[in-house]
Design a protein around this ligand. Sequence first.
Ligand code: ACM
Ligand code: ZN
Length: 691
Amino acid sequence: MRKFLSLLLGAAVMAITSTYAQTECSITPKPNATIASEGSLDISRGLSLYIDAPKDEVSRLECAASEVGVELRRVKRPAKRAYLNLAVVEMSEIKGAEEYKSFDEGYLLNIGAEGVDIKATTAAGLYYGLQTLRQMCYAGSTIAACQICDAPRFEYRGILIDVSRHYRSVEFLKRQIDAMAELKMNRLHLHLTDAAGWRIEVESYPRLCNYAAWRTPATWKGWWYGDRAFVEQGSEGAYGGYLTKAEARELVAYAADRYMTIIPEIEMPGHSDEVIAAYPELGCTQRPERQGDLCIGKEATFEMMQAILDEIIEIFPSEYIHIGGDEASKSSWRECEDCKRRMQEEGLESVDELQSYMIHRIEKYLNARGRQIIGWDEILEGGLAPNATVMSWRGEEGGLAAAAAGHNVVMSPHAYCYIDAPQDAPPTQPEAIGGYLPLEKVYSYDPAPQSMAESVSKYILGVQGNLWAEFIPTDEHYEMMLWPRAIAIAEIGWSELKERDYSEFRSRAVDIVERMARRGYAPFDLRNEIGNRPESLKPIEHKALGKSVEYLLPSRYYGPQYAAAGDATLTDGLRGTWTYADGRWQGFLGRGGVDVIIDMGEVTHVESIAADFMQYCGPGVFMPCLVEIAVSEDGESWTKIADIEHEVVVEDVPSFKNFGWHGSTNARYIRYKAHRSKFSGFLFVDEIVVM
Ligand code: ACM
Ligand code: ZN
């Protein structure tokens, strides 16, 4: 909102050359203020690199400069021609910097006929200036003259990589860091621990690594729906792994060289099945049975978590340590004598307060060691720890409540940021969690919209995309899910809202995806994107449009969560998208199935009566096993015209199917009845189309 104008005023009228226009379009995330100059710089014969930065940053910057794609000669003083000068300077020396809320990661890039100047107040700013230059250099041997004074909208621009459900190698993680850093992302949240496997070396509790990091089924699904057992490291068929401390340190350093911080997540007290499998005494029942919640009544739990955190903070210098806090079932705490005693002693009135007690205690422990906690929005339940930062995932409400109470927040609402959902037509994609989250929807997210009060938005640190790996066994699959949607997260985090234009962004994303594929990544091929469900794109005209629908008992009990447009839904002309939560699909749960009568108003000649259903087995949405269609002219005497049987089978991938009749008849009343299969669950239908 800020800087564009003053830069424009500061500059004389400058011609925007076509080379310039092309160049500007090639930078992602889109810079927040750019001015074209006349002329261009020939980079084909290389540039003389001069770096004026704190000593310990010089080799990092030299390394980053070497990736720009221009031949460089390091020089001891600034050259007069064909130069690339990098300088850390005072803010007052950067015209335009004052327009930004923070210029800590900002840069001023000046490209003229003689060379390139990048100035910033920090080495990180110079690094981001180099990323911009790098992207401009993809265009060829000449780059257009211009001035870019750019800084991020948010200080936190992150991606969560889940290495618990399926272990990923250091090499894989480095590759993602490379791609993220080029897009000016600066946080990698590593989900190191969860039910399906512990992934970081801990010396004080060795069974976490030599046992809880190994299982025999290679897929999470095989493990989760199997016996959920762990095996000894090195035993036959053991699948899994963990980062050794040396590897983790190497990764931390690799990220730091790219001005990126790795935030480790050590889950507690929920999602801790693997910890309890390795150390059953930490569960409430003390038996190695399936349970995910650590016992908060026992001091041993705190001794263990604190010892683990001691080792974690030694490896990871990050200010933030993520302590999870999500989705504890809290049920065993109600029965456990130790937990009950703890509640009594501490005057805790609910299990929410018991969880909060643990989070407070862990926060205190980490604060005393100079670190801050960040946790999923459930840490609000029972009272938020005084200095905690909240990662808002179930929606934005948790984040907003935390920000309103003066806590920092990272926005990561699942509807926009959970990139484990399919990114294209779900029937064409591998099995995944969630409905449908295309690039366009991710890109539409604004973590701090204009409507948000400044008193709240000032606590929004930024945004994070989360890629959970339950259904993602291979590296290629993981990259396909991550890219290009992580590009959208990068741009949301960096670029001002007013700079965003989806179709223009998409064409840049297509280029990036192509470049990544040439570099050996396996991104989703955006050029072949199918997009949203074609039927949903425009309303359908049909003979029952707007006609009244009577819901016969018990099918009257649609919703309430999936009521869509209520009784108008099935004849409103609107067909559903790929997801059932879109307000167009109507969901029927409980007894019976769908049983409705459409009143056509008068006897009408009809040639087709049909409706679509969907199946998403994971969340319990199934096709009907039988659809019956009957017609009547008077509402008394009925003629059955269709009996459509369907064998419902459980499948990994969602499907959509039309159940209908085609022929010729007259009807005033149409009864459409869909029977639930033996799998029970939901039936979802969007429109009964009568032609
Ligand atoms: C989460 O997705 N359970 C944070
Ligand atoms: Zn307990």
